[in-house]
Design a protein around this ligand. Structure first.
Ligand SMILES: C[S@@+](CC[C@H](N)C(=O)[O-])C[C@H]1O[C@@H](n2cnc3c(N)ncnc32)[C@H](O)[C@@H]1O
Length: 324
């Protein structure tokens, strides 16, 4: 599965950028990113050009992260074929684009978000794309809008849960779960704070009867203890414009993310473990951190002399679901 923005979306972004001063977009992107870094949220995005700056700066990375999570879900159940999607805190529609690309069964797309400028750009970006003929985007507080939203086979909240104040988050998770017909995916930044929110959401959802399907190979409490945290990474190429926008030198960026996907019913394919860091290969062994189906996480060493296991472990990558 490609984690590159689809060409239709790239073209739509390029069209919206025509005639807009690059320097203005770069400044806006920098201000928004500083706001996020200092703990502020998307309320800093107030105008059309703010929304465009956000979309240009952040959509490639969040798209890559959500695509990786959807790929992990498909890896657990390749028969999962949702017909409807609800994207909560959808912003410019990043997760919706990723889901539309990853899951061709989707026919109905619903988004909701409090931010008028992001809603507007999402609709501009989706306009003219045949996939989004049935698209409904409600503007308002998720805690209000969710009570009137339709159920969906797949509900996604991408980089949105962290913007909801701590004392309202549990209510948000309950409402999202109530609207989930099959799978709920929550993605957060791959920071200790993002991971901590994911762990809380996971525990709340499991207590409500959900089955954890990814990345966790078990239903037990997360075995990691601070300062350790569960996160994954997606490398994405940066175009010349993207480098300029982010004032960056290197031609790629690594997006770190934490996530949990839960389901109404247990999936038949259960993995035995999840790779939690990039494996280290030496002449004698492969060492890697694994979360295992017995609920424990530890560093495992697969010796070269164990030819069969070594051969399969050579293919393991950070984030993979594995069998021993
Ligand atoms: C960091 S952006 C992520 C946007 C999009 N999901 C993505 O991955 O690109 C967070 C989004 O959550 C929305 N949001 C935050 N709190 C919200 C609330 N209470 N109700 C609805 N939307 C909210 C913001 O307006 C913003 O669009």
């Amino acid at each position: 599965m490609s984690s590159d923005l689809p060409s239709h979306l790239k073209a739509a972004l390029a069209r919206l950028t025509e005639g807009v001063a690059r320097i203005d977009i770069t400044r806006r992107a920098e201000t928004i990113s500083q706001t996020y870094r200092s703990g502020g949220g998307s309320a800093a995005i107030r105008s059309e050009n703010d929304a465009l700056a956000y979309a240009l700066a952040r959509m490639p990375a969040t798209y890559a992260a959500v695509s990786a999570c959807l790929e992990a879900i498909a890896g657990i159940d390749d028969t999962f074929a949702p017909a409807s999607l609800l994207d909560v805190g959808a912003g410019p529609g990043t997760a919706t684009w990723a889901a539309a690309q990853a899951m061709h069964s989707l026919q109905q797309f619903a988004m909701l978000d409090a931010n008028a400028a992001l809603r507007s750009i999402a609709l501009d970006l989706a306009r003219g794309d045949g996939r989004f003929k049935q698209l409904d985007y409600r503007q308002g507080d998720a805690l209000v809008e969710l009570s009137v939203a339709h159920d969906a086979d797949l509900v996604v909240a991408s980089y949105a849960v962290g913007e909801v104040p701590d004392d309202r988050r549990a209510k948000l998770i309950d409402l999202m779960w109530a609207k989930t017909h099959d799978v709920l995916l929550i993605v957060e930044p791959g920071t200790p704070a993002g991971y901590s929110r994911i762990v809380d959401c996971r525990a709340q959802l499991i207590a409500n009867g959900a089955h954890a399907i990814a990345p966790c190979p078990h239903q037990k409490p997360c075995p990691l203890t601070a300062p350790d945290w569960c996160h994954f990474t997606q490398r994405l190429a940066r175009s010349r414009d993207h480098k300029q926008l982010k004032n960056a030198e290197v031609p790629y960026e690594d997006e770190k993310f934490s996530y949990v996907a839960v389901s109404r019913k247990p999936r038949r394919t259960r993995m035995e473990g999840r790779v939690l860091a990039q494996p280290l290969m030496s002449k004698v062994e492969i060492r890697t951190k694994l979360c295992k189906s017995d609920g424990n996480a530890s560093i495992s060493a697969i010796p070269r002399r164990d030819k069969e296991s070594y051969a399969s472990a050579r293919r393991w990558r950070w984030g993979d679901a594995v069998k021993f």
